[in-house]
Design a protein around this ligand. Structure first.
Ligand SMILES: Cc1cc2nc3c(=O)[nH]c(=O)nc-3n(C[C@H](O)[C@H](O)[C@H](O)COP(=O)(O)O)c2cc1C
Length: 333
């Protein structure tokens, strides 16, 4: 886990990732606050290789909560660039997840491929073809602002039942135009976002996509579909797949340590693309097993890094890794 990894022009110092996690702590206009500075800065001091800043909305109506970070306005760049500076200063590679909540967004203006509501939420407006183009343009502008803020990894949120996932899954996409029907059509929205984003995102920096590899529902997305999707994403220039699952609709999921690892492993092996494994991974032995068996290239620790921002330092009590200010705290075995 302490072996570096090179992807395009970016060198990751180790294989530990902090996955995107909403902090619900932005101002109502989506601006960075001290909470974010402390929270992300601490994980960088803690030696995390790649920090992916939480779901950051490309449109105001796409926020997942009233206090989600935003990237829909040029004014957001300054605060985000401070997070990049803080993270880089302490040795982390800084990434950001850009997102649109679609029918699961916060507020009254819900949009989706079809007007099928998420249980107990409002009925979304089915985007017209012209509206789809304008949403895609907003993803492009989000990518431009992420570049201007100085991030080194851009991640598109295509998981957990949000807008991109809603297009991908046949359970939420019942369109009869070129954006619905076959898998090829359901992927069109994501592919058009990728093409738009590539006009802004530097070719020498990694582009990541997070997907829900399984809907765990009859008639929903399966790992077989996901492998096919990832093949096409790779052809279109995706560099790093972050493999999660679920979230489209309530489903029964067998949770357990590393339960999503086989999904990341299938993508890595069948598509030949670097992957991040995530989900109930908490122990160094688990991380080593995943990496040494070539099941994924990176391992993300979500809630574990909320509990312990110094998890990486604890895994290697070594003067080279630890910030000099903390050397007197290195355990003497
Ligand atoms: C507080 C919290 C906020 C989250 N927010 C996001 C998010 O913004 N984007 C996302 O893709 N996943 C989000 N997730 C999911 C995590 O990135 C991760 O996939 C999940 O927690 C499973 O990993 P873990 O078992 O290591 O925590 C969130 C999870 C938590 C606990």
């Amino acid at each position: 886990m302490f072996t570096s990894f090179e992807l395009k022009n970016v060198i990751f110092p180790n294989r530990i990732v902090m996955p995107p996690m909403c902090m619900y702590s932005a101002t109502e206009d989506g601006y960075v606050t001290d909470w974010h500075r402390v929270h992300y800065g601490t994980r960088a001091v803690g030696g995390v290789g790649l920090i992916i800043v939480e779901a950051t909305a490309v449109e105001k109506r796409g926020r997942l909560s009233n206090n989600c970070l935003g990237i829909w306005d040029d004014g957001h760049v300054q605060g985000l660039s401070e997070l990049v500076r803080l993270g880089k200063e302490h040795g982390s590679v800084m990434g950001i997840q850009i997102a649109h909540g679609g029918r699961k967004a916060w507020g009254d203006e819900l949009v989706a491929p079809s007007s099928i509501p998420f249980p107990e939420m409002g009925t979304p407006h089915a985007l017209t073809a012209a509206e789809i183009k304008s949403v895609i343009e907003n993803w492009r502008q989000g990518a431009r602002r992420a570049r201007e803020a100085g991030f080194d990894v851009l991640q598109l949120h295509g998981a957990h039942g949000y807008l991109i996932h809603e297009f991908l899954s046949p359970l939420s996409n019942r369109r009869t135009d070129e954006y619905g029907g076959s898998l090829e059509n359901r992927m069109r929205f994501l592919l058009e976002i990728i093409e738009a984003v590539k006009k802004e995102w530097p070719a020498d920096k990694p582009l990541s996509v997070r997907l829900s590899a399984e809907d765990y529902l009859e008639g929903g997305l399966t790992i077989k579909d996901t492998v096919q999707i990832c093949r096409v994403l790779k052809e279109h220039g995706a560099d790093l797949m972050d493999i999660s699952s679920g979230g489209l609709l309530p489903a029964s999921i067998k949770l357990g340590p590393g339960y999503q690892v086989p999904l990341a492993e299938a993508v890595k092996k069948e598509v030949g693309i670097p992957t991040i494994a995530v989900g109930l991974i908490t122990k160094p032995e688990q991380v080593q097993e995943i990496l040494l068996n070539g099941r994924a290239d990176f391992v993300a620790l979500g809630r574990e890094l909320l509990r312990n921002p110094y998890w990486v330092l604890a895994a290697k009590p070594d003067r080279e890794l630890w910030p000099w200010q903390y050397h007197r705290g290195i355990p003497a075995n």
